[in-house]
Every structure is written in C-alpha cells, then in structure tokens.
Design a protein around this ligand. Structure first.
Ligand SMILES: NC(=O)c1ccc[n+]([C@@H]2O[C@H](COP(=O)([O-])OP(=O)(O)OC[C@H]3O[C@@H](n4cnc5c(N)ncnc54)[C@H](OP(=O)(O)O)[C@@H]3O)[C@@H](O)[C@H]2O)c1
Length: 337
C-alpha cells in the first residue's frame, strides 16, 4: 500500500501551447500520487539539487526533457516511507540520481517520489540527505573522475592536477576532494572574484579562463599530472596539449561548448589519455561503492559549506543561473518544510 499522500507539492515544467516557446512553463503545483511513476521504494524527499542538466531540462531548446509535463531534478535524497525491498527498509536515508530521473521520468523536485529499488543508494553513516545533495550528481561525477585518474595510477607525488570550471559543481567538488587527498590542485575559473574561495577550498593556484581557452600550439609545455574537466569547448584542447607524458584528463561536461578541436599529437607523442565520464548509466553496485567512499576517503573538504539553499518556490533563478555559468559552488533545493 502506498504511503504517499494523495496530493502534495512539486515543481513542474510543462511545454506551453505557443508555437515556438523557448522555455517551459515552470512552477510549483499540487500533484497527485497517481501522477508518479511506479517503483518499489517510496521516498519522502528532503533535498534535491540543481545541476547543469536540470537547467537544460526546463528549456525546450535544452533538449533534455523526454516527457511532458516533467518534474525535473536529476537527483534526490530523503527517507524511505514504504518499500517492497527488504534491503532498503522504511526509515533509511537514501539517495538516487541518474538513469532516467528528471529526464524521461519524474525527478527530485517533489515532496514525494517513487523510485525502482535498483536505483537506490542507501546513505552511509556520516552522510545526511543534505550532505548527499551538497555533493549531488555534479560532486558524484567529480569523485568518479578522481577515481578514474587514480585507477590509472595518478598519485599526489606526480605533480599538480588541473580542475577547470572550478567555481561550478563538478569543478568545486573535484578541488575539495583532491585537496583533501593531498594533491596540489590548480583551479581554472572565469570568475576572478572566486579566487579567494577556491584557495580556501584547497586550490594551490588559480588560472584565468583566458589562459585555458587561448589558441595554442599542438603541444605546449608539460604541466599537469592529471586534469578534471567539465567545460569542454576551447578548454579541453588546452588541457590535452599541456598534460604531462602519460597523464590523463577525466572529461565529463560541455559547459563551455560541445565541439572538440584538437590534434592527435598529445595522444601519439605523449601517450595522453582522454577518459570519458558518464555518471548517468553507472551500474548500481559501483554507484553504491562510490557513495560509500564519498562518506569516507573521498569526502569533499568543507562538505555543505559551499552550497546555496533554494526552495521549490525559489528554484527558477538557480535553474537559469546555472545555464548562464553563474554557479558559485552548488545550489541545493530544500524540499522538506
Ligand atoms: N558526464 C556526466 O555524467 C556529468 C555529470 C554531471 C555534470 N556533467 C556536465 O558537466 C558540466 C558542469 O556541470 P555542473 O553541474 O558542474 O555545472 P556548473 O555548476 O554550472 O559548472 C560549470 C562551470 O563551468 C564554467 N563555465 C561555464 N560556462 C563556461 C564557458 N562558456 N566557458 C568556459 N567555462 C564555462 C563555469 O566555471 P568558472 O566560471 O569557474 O570557469 C561554471 O561554473 C555540464 O556540462 C554538465 O552537463 C556531466
């Protein structure tokens, strides 16, 4: 039997009838339990967060939303209120993100949600639902990137590691994880006034966006032992041509553009590797192990301190801001009253 009340609040994006609108109609509505998709686990959502993809999901030209109307929110954290799976009991704090959430199935911007048991990550002791959404999909992708580089052999003794898009969710969390693990981490940002915060977070030095997007030779001086890039565009070619011999970049995003114009020289003359990161489809067992590590040895420095809280009612500005590149840390969504 369902533990979800008949009606509750959710933030809904819906395509209006006009011929060529740019943006969905968005806002808080009363929705019905029957509007939610099926799933073995019912969750009272406490927190969600704002990721780049969520911004896209509320714009028609974002080409992310696959159902109409859509409750966006690609991640959520809260407490189980009903469960058909004995391993995920009522009262357990859990997180869910990725797969179809907030894209082709209603997501996290709602007081209640149903989720398949196979998508649920029980939260380790030491991570609250607020902590989990301060990390969110962006921070999870940062952790995934750190692990990918370390699995390939990277260690703090190898030299400086570059993080681009440093003021944003993936970038900021990557800095906070790397600094805590003893790396000399450098931040590239387009926001000069963020430098102080990034240094406080653990950055040893800051590069300007101009420096990492300038045209360059096919190969520049070998500088970075590794890199984490969620920007793409003109930034990723800079990273590739300045990586040390044998080094790798973990690439997850396109905040700076989708086109990649580079040469093959970093790959064939320096053995550099481009590691693609896809957090959406990561199988659940790996996902649960990585979340356990986010509670322990991958726990980001100052977890939760660099998060700005919004509510379902004040979400709009964060969804627009993230697409404008205005992120300063993470926006988290307080759903519980
Ligand atoms: N592959 C995956 O599984 C996965 C998971 C999560 C996120 N992502 C992707 O990763 C990217 C970042 O996500 P996020 O949630 O961290 O977004 P975010 O918080 O908005 O961070 C992106 C950062 O990129 C920088 N940036 C923005 N516009 C730029 C431009 N035109 N040129 C250069 N830099 C620019 C800005 O940092 P500065 O101002 O400091 O430079 C911005 O804060 C997005 O493309 C997202 O879709 C992918």
């Amino acid at each position: 039997m369902s533990a979800i009340p008949e009606t509750f609040r959710a933030y809904v994006a819906e395509k209006p009838d006009d011929a060529d609108p740019v943006r969905f109609e968005r806002g808080v509505r009363e929705v019905h339990a029957a509007d939610l998709p099926p799933g073995e686990v019912e969750i009272q959502v406490a927190w969600s967060s704002v990721n780049y993809k969520d911004g896209l999901a509320t714009r028609i030209d974002g080409k992310v939303a696959r159902i109409n109307p859509l409750i966006p929110g690609i991640d959520l954290a809260g407490v189980v209120i009903a469960s058909e799976d004995l391993s995920i009991p009522v009262g357990r704090s859990v997180v869910a993100h990725g797969y179809d959430l907030g894209v082709s199935r209603h997501g996290g911007y709602t007081e209640f949600q149903r989720v398949p048991a196979g998508w649920i990550v029980p939260l380790a002791p030491g991570l609250s639902p607020r902590d989990a959404m301060s990390i969110g999909t962006a921070g999870f992708t940062a952790a995934m990137s750190v692990v990918a580089l370390e699995d390939r052999g990277l260690s703090p003794d190898d030299g400086p590691v570059l993080v681009t898009g440093a003021s944003g969710g993936v970038g900021g969390t990557a800095i906070a994880i790397l600094a805590e693990r003893g790396y000399e981490v450098w931040a590239a940002t387009g926001k000069p006034d963020e430098a102080g915060r990034l240094v406080a977070l653990g950055a040893a030095g800051v590069l300007t966006r101009d420096e990492v997007t300038a045209e360059g030779r096919p190969l520049d001086g070998e500088r970075w032992a590794g890199a984490i890039d969620a920007v793409g565009g003109a930034t990723l070619p800079y990273v590739l041509r300045t990586l040390k011999t044998g080094a790798a970049v973990a690439a997850s995003g396109n905040a700076g553009g989708v086109k990649l114009e580079t040469t093959v020289f970093p790959f064939i003359l320096r053995g550099v590797a481009l590691l693609g990161m896809d957090s959406v489809t990561m199988p659940i067992e790996r996902r649960r192990r990585l979340w356990d590590r986010l509670a322990t040895d991958l726990r980001p420095r100052d977890l939760g301190l660099h998060a700005t809280e919004v509510t379902l009612e004040t979400l709009d500005s964060a969804l627009d801001g993230i697409l404008e590149g205005a992120a300063r840390g993470r926006w988290i969504v307080r759903v519980e009253g």
